[in-house]
Design a protein around this ligand. Sequence first.
Ligand code: GUN
Length: 264
Amino acid sequence: MTIKQYVQERKEQIKNLVAKMEVKPSIAIVQVNEDVGSHAYVRGKLKDAEELGIKADLIKLDINTTQDELLEVIHRLNQDETYDGFIVQMPLPKGIDENIIKLAISPKKDVDGFHPLSSLIACTPKGILNYLKSEQIPLLGKNAVVIGRSNIVGKPMAKLLLKESMNVTVLHSKTTFEDMAFYVAHADVIVIAIGKTSFLDHRFNYKKDAVIVDVGINRTEEGLKGDALRDLPVKLQTPVPGGVGLLTRLALYENLLEIKGINE
Ligand code: GUN
């Protein structure tokens, strides 16, 4: 099934679940940045909410908002029973410490699953894992290569795949090309999130049954491009656009339902 078909099917299930709920789930999305990628994500998240029958409000703050002002908004939302959960869209403007913000969000309301005490899984890794499972991709004992070590994708993804008993290698900008080529050639599952257009290309050899999950969203003159060149000789490669972004958005609402005690 393509990601689009998979997401459509899951959304239909969530919509039916929500329709049966007397009190509808509600979420607030706090956006402080003027990031083009974030605008697209936030618009997508609001559109999804409407489709699913979930109440969603955007709290748009000025780009010059200080860390203390943002913390105040977070403390208010932590107490606000109007919302079951909320997220603060990343990246944050310079001068605001991402880690301080993540720790300020009550784990009970942290739909992103960013807080270390959160029982939820971060949206992008969660969405990816669920899709790989739905495609029945063998994971146990197989080789996973995660390229990129960010806090919102690389690190939580590596942890999650390790939990699936994969042999996980994390590579990054300081990895030499020779080493990168070695690990990529042996990989069964590659998750790439480094923000370099078409980094995975024909310089590398791939297992023919490999799966490439492309988390990259790079704006180029020819439009949106992933971190992997299209149509590499592998079994499955997720497209950009219309790939992982949809899985992240889906996982957000799965997490919101989990906060409401629904785990289906
Ligand atoms: N920016 C890119 N992905 C995400 C995400 O999953 N959550 C938040 N809050 N910001 C993001």
